[in-house]
Design a protein around this ligand. Structure first.
Ligand code: SF4
Ligand code: SF4
Length: 103
């Protein structure tokens, strides 16, 4: 999530797996993503907890999808969350899955 429409959405945070390099965790020098919110995936990759649950939902997501949400670690969220642009195909796929209109 990353823009104005996101505060009433959160669909991507409850749809996609969020994987990133373990060096981005705050347990590594220069890393910033809270390590307690991630689990090991491969030698180099970690995954935000909850994003591969069924149904998926990132543990950092607060509120109700499609109504009012907040990312509890917004300034510290990992790269994939920053790269997902509101209105992109990936955004709209997640919104459709949650019964929300496309942007
Ligand atoms: S699905 Fe789109 S609008 Fe919704 S939170 Fe993610 S980026 Fe924002
Ligand atoms: S860290 Fe924040 S922006 Fe990223 S998936 Fe979780 S709730 Fe969404």
């Amino acid at each position: 999530m990353g823009g104005d429409p996101c505060i009433a959405c959160g669909a991507c945070c409850a749809f996609y797996r969020v994987d990133f390099h373990r060096l981005d965790l705050d347990s590594a020098p220069g890393g910033f993503v809270p390590a307690r919110l991630a689990m090991p995936l491969t030698e180099n990759l970690v995954r935000l907890r909850g994003t591969d649950d069924f149904p998926p939902r990132c543990v950092a997501l607060e509120g109700e999808v499609g109504r009012e949400v907040r990312c509890a670690i917004y300034p510290l969220r990992p790269g994939p969350c920053r790269e997902l642009e509101p209105g992109s195909e990936a955004c709209n796929r997640a919104r459709r899955r949650h019964g929300l209109p496309e942007l």
